[in-house]
Design a protein around this ligand. Structure first.
Ligand SMILES: NC(=O)c1ccc[n+]([C@@H]2O[C@H](COP(=O)([O-])OP(=O)(O)OC[C@H]3O[C@@H](n4cnc5c(N)ncnc54)[C@H](OP(=O)(O)O)[C@@H]3O)[C@@H](O)[C@H]2O)c1
Length: 254
């Protein structure tokens, strides 16, 4: 007799964003039924706003898993999660997968503090949960060091990054979403730890305009934490797509 196939219904918040859209692609290509939450109307989208709560009850109704990739850069990260958790409780308690960042408890940035608070809310929600921290995405690192393609001499902070591709993180999240709740999962990092100088050099070279890179020390406790590598996960070089490969893919579109 053929094994019983159980359909898992999954809501991806932030499914229109960098990471969320990669999660949606991954899950759909694995044949899963995925609902995408967005504040804006679009094809295959359920409209809702996690800040006001509008539309969230219907978005969460009947799902088995919520992959929470929506984020707020203006201090409301925890508020978004509170709304989602409340709705999820009423909807019968789906598995909640939350994406966080390596070092949110060690780097004193406001956004990181909000993410750490949100991790705590998620962990204490009473829902079955999984929390996945990841290192910086390739796109963010490229944006941070984007000046490398414009200035003749580029000062870069004397820190390292471990950039990771959203497709690699999405694969991990899709696996976690379909598995048993794991609580705090092991950190997920990119394949290489590279200095900002090396990364800026790569951005400049990929844009066809190699620049002179000057590493500089940046004062302040946030940069001290970065310089100490608190945002890195060198023991978790899980991603396979390198920063160089990511840049090469974009070379045709510059
Ligand atoms: N960037 C990195 O380097 C990095 C590294 C590790 C972890 N992370 C984490 O990964 C997650 C995804 O990041 P990302 O870079 O993919 O984000 P992103 O591209 O900026 O996308 C943000 C998403 O949040 C949704 N959103 C924002 N406010 C909302 C609201 N009030 N209600 C409903 N949806 C809302 C947006 O949807 P609409 O605009 O369609 O409504 C959008 O899809 C975040 O939690 C981030 O902290 C990021």
């Amino acid at each position: 007799m053929a094994p019983e196939v159980v359909d898992v219904r999954i809501l991806v918040t932030g499914g229109t964003g960098q990471l969320g859209s990669a999660v949606v692609t991954r899950l759909r290509s694995a044949g899963e039924e995925v609902r995408v939450l967005s504040r804006r109307a679009g094809p295959d989208v359920v409209r809702g706003d996690l800040r006001t709560g509008r539309g969230i009850d219907s978005a969460v109704a009947g799902v088995d898993v919520v992959v929470h990739c929506a984020t707020d850069y203006f201090g409301r990260e925890a508020q978004l999660a509170r709304t989602l958790i409340e709705a999820a409780r009423w909807a019968g308690g789906p598995h909640l997968v939350y994406v966080s960042i390596v070092g949110v408890d060690r780097v004193p940035l406001g956004y990181y503090r909000a993410k750490e608070e949100t991790e705590r809310l998620v962990a204490a929600s009473g829902l079955p949960v999984t929390i996945q921290r990841a290192t910086q995405f390739h796109g963010l690192v490229r944006t941070l060091l984007g000046g490398a393609s414009r200035l003749p001499v580029v000062p870069v902070p004397r820190v390292s990054f471990q950039p990771v591709d959203v497709r690699d993180v999405a694969k991990r999240l899709a696996d976690l979403a379909l598995d048993e709740p794991a609580g705090r999962a092991p950190d997920f990092g990119g394949p290489e730890v590279l200095s900002a100088a090396e990364l800026a050099q790569a951005v400049g070279a990929a844009s066809g305009r190699p620049r002179r890179i000057v590493p500089v020390r940046v004062p302040g406790e946030t940069f001290r934490a970065y310089a100490a590598g608190e945002h890195l996960a060198p023991g978790h070089r899980d991603g396979v797509i390198t920063f160089g490969e990511y840049l090469a893919e974009r070379a045709d579109h510059r």
